[in-house]
Design a protein around this ligand. Structure first.
Ligand SMILES: *[C@@H]1O[C@H](CO)[C@@H](O)[C@H](O)[C@H]1NC(C)=O
Length: 214
């Protein structure tokens, strides 16, 4: 009996750990993108060759260019921008929003996200899994913090009349982004228009029209 409970406990622990990136087995493993070996992340740079700059990223004070159709810009600081993040299971992003700009509905397949508002007012939300698809939403002011659980579709909108800024921490060195509109209506090659028409319960011409935007 005790063995069985221990086993269930261990299984639960393994499941819990599997949600986040793997723990590193050394102090650090600075990404070496020039290495041809493909592992879960990048191969490690020789620790003796590692410099302070491998753990550094400068420039998050610079506002992103929000002159685009959605009115927002994400400036990521993941393993791709900061090689020292390789194997560490965390990353960061700055998000700039024009007045009424949105960060459109998207998910991070590998990370939960904790977001804080640095400037302005944001309406944020995420949707729970089927069958409830409950919208959990709130208006955030400067200094407020909100969490988007791993994998769930979420969004932000600037509901103020001036620019807004948020900083987001993510529980993966490489969280990934799937923007719903782009992935569904702008895949390469296209998903067949009649599949989208049936999925979204609209006329084929409407599905085709949306596809033509991406
Ligand atoms: C911002 O992006 C727009 C659209 O791509 C471009 O026309 C504009 O020059 C950019 N502004 C700056 C300051 O880079």
């Amino acid at each position: 009996m005790a063995t069985r409970i221990l086993f269930i406990g261990l299984a639960a622990l393994v499941v819990t750990i599997a949600v986040a990136d793997q723990s590193p087995l050394q102090d650090f493993c600075v990404a070496d993108p020039s290495n041809g070996v493909f592992v879960n992340g990048f191969a490690c740079k020789d620790p003796k060759m590692v410099q302070a700059n491998d753990f550094y990223f400068g420039g998050l004070h610079i506002a992103g260019n929000v002159s685009n159709p959605v009115g927002s810009k994400v400036t990521p600081v993941t393993m791709a921008q900061l090689p020292g993040l390789n194997t560490l299971g965390i990353s960061l992003a700055r998000i700039d929003y024009a007045p009424w700009g949105i960060n459109p509905p998207h998910t991070h397949p590998r990370a939960s996200e904790i977001l804080t508002v640095i400037e302005g007012t944001l309406e944020v939300g995420f949707v729970t899994s089927n069958p409830d698809n409950r919208l959990i939403t709130k208006v955030l002011s400067k200094g407020d913090v909100f969490v988007f659980p791993v994998g769930l579709i979420h969004f932000q909108r600037n509901v103020g009349y001036s620019n807004a800024i948020a900083i987001a921490g993510l529980s993966s060195q490489n969280p990934g982004i799937i923007t719903i509109a782009n992935a569904v209506f702008g895949s390469n090659p296209d998903i067949a228009t009649d599949i989208l028409a049936k999925a979204f319960q609209v006329d084929k011409s409407i599905a085709g029209q949306i596809q033509s935007k991406f």
